[in-house]
Write a protein that binds this ligand. Structure first.
Ligand code: ASP
Ligand code: MG
Length: 405
């Protein structure tokens, strides 16, 4: 008998049929002898709809009230799932984040978990009941309802699995697991049966949308085994765990493309101490999330600095950079919206020379120009033109032998 935390995302509980299907699955797992604790997201696009509604009645949208509103989505899904479980003869109790013992800071709309005291959840399990917890929510020390942020239900599930010392945290979604590349772009992409935490984290950071990076980080720190799987096929998906020494390491695990960033270049910058510090402090104070940074070798004491950042931050960044350029003696500021980044991830890269060379040769053979390069021990990323992104992703997937069959 194992204690399992099962998290169901918005598409998994999008309508009454889906809610009943999830209830069937929970009942099946119980019959097999597992103890199940459930975490649910809001149904379908409900979180977006609630946010939209808030925008229709308010310009200011105060955080405390937003959190009260948004968390109602998960609460509704939890209550409905419990009703469906009761109909199947499975005793089940819904809990808000607060009732489930999630204490968070008071940073509304993006609260951090401070502590989980899941006493009521534990008692429900001991009594043979299924606790169904509203995801992405908690209560602040001031006893206000808080929301953990978009996609926070994954974090709720992992934190609960950790607090309950569950055997595994299953993240159910609308895809059957983690793939070697996005199957919509690379039809020959394969589902991985296993991936290591460090590789999955690099893939998340490179733009792989699921699971949520924050949840994967939490799971790695607290040693919670994850199983990413589909609530549409119910087939086994991808297991995420620490390095398995018996496993031969693949050199490359996956290829991730990301078109969500833009590039800014400041040219003719005097190469003196303190210039980069000034620039990036200013951007940090604006809350801009700078990603890759490249500074050229200086030529006669003059250099260029380029960096990438989310599209949404581009206007603010251009305004700040243009404003600063004169002051630091730079000659120009330009931006490019249409960039893409292709990243290759694999733990075996560390001990296999020639990966970078193969990446560059492959891109060259496909006439793709590289604008920026950055690496970690287990990742190589290249910034290229956005129009080349899909082609480059497919080519690298093939070049590194990841294609199916
Ligand atoms: N429903 C929330 C969202 O869409 C939280 C979650 O599902 O994880 O962001
Ligand atoms: Mg772009």
């Amino acid at each position: 008998m194992a204690l399992v935390v099962q998290k169901f995302g918005g598409t998994s509980v999008a309508d009454p049929d889906r809610v009943r299907e999830v209830a069937d699955h929970v009942a099946r797992c119980r019959r097999r002898g597992d103890e199940v604790v459930v975490v649910v997201s809001a149904m379908g696009k409900e979180t977006d709809e609630l946010l939209h509604l808030a925008g229709l009645v308010s310009r200011t949208r105060p955080g405390r009230e937003l959190d009260m509103l948004i968390t109602a989505g998960e609460r509704k899904a939890a209550a409905l799932l419990c009703m469906a479980l009761h109909d199947l003869g499975v005793p089940a109790d819904s809990f808000t984040g607060s009732q489930a013992g999630f204490i968070t800071d008071a940073n509304h709309t993006n609260a951090k978990i401070l502590e989980v005291r899941p006493d009521r959840v534990r008692v429900a399990v001991e009594e043979g009941r299924v606790p169904v917890v509203g995801g992405s929510q908690g209560v602040s020390p001031e006893r206000d309802v808080t929301f953990l942020g978009r996609n926070g239900s994954d974090v709720t599930a992992v934190a609960l699995a950790s607090a309950l010392a569950a055997e595994v945290c299953e993240l159910y979604t609308d895809v059957p697991g983690v793939f070697t590349a996005d199957p919509r772009i690379v039809p020959s992409a394969r589902r991985m049966s296993r991936i290591r935490f460090d590789e999955l984290l690099e893939m998340c950071a490179s733009g792989c949308p699921k699971p949520t990076m924050r949840a994967v980080e939490f799971a790695r720190t607290h040693r919670v085994a994850l199983h990413v799987r589909s609530s549409f096929t119910w087939e086994p998906g991808t297991w995420v765990s620490e390095e398995d020494p018996t496993m031969e390491q693949a050199i490359i695990t996956g290829v991730v493309g990301d078109a969500s960033e833009a590039k800014v270049t400041i040219s003719g910058v005097p190469d003196q101490p303190g210039i980069a510090a000034q620039l990036f402090r200013r951007l940090a104070d604006l809350g801009v999330n700078v990603d890759m940074i490249v500074q050229n070798v200086s030529d006669h004491g003059i250099t260029d600095i380029s960096f990438t950042l989310p599209h949404d931050d581009l206007d603010r960044t251009m305004a700040a950079a243009t404003d600063m350029a004169g002051g630091i003696g730079a000659t120009g500021v330009s931006s490019d919206h249409d960039i893409g980044r292709v990243s290759l991830v694999g733990a075996g890269m560390k001990s296999n020379p020639g990966v970078a060379a193969t990446v560059f040769e492959t891109l060259a053979a496909h006439d793709v120009n590289i604008e920026m390069i950055s690496t970690s021990a287990i990742r190589i990323s290249c910034v290229i033109a956005e129009r080349d992104l899909e082609r480059a992703t497919v080519a690298l997937h093939t070049a590194f032998g990841l294609d199916d069959g």
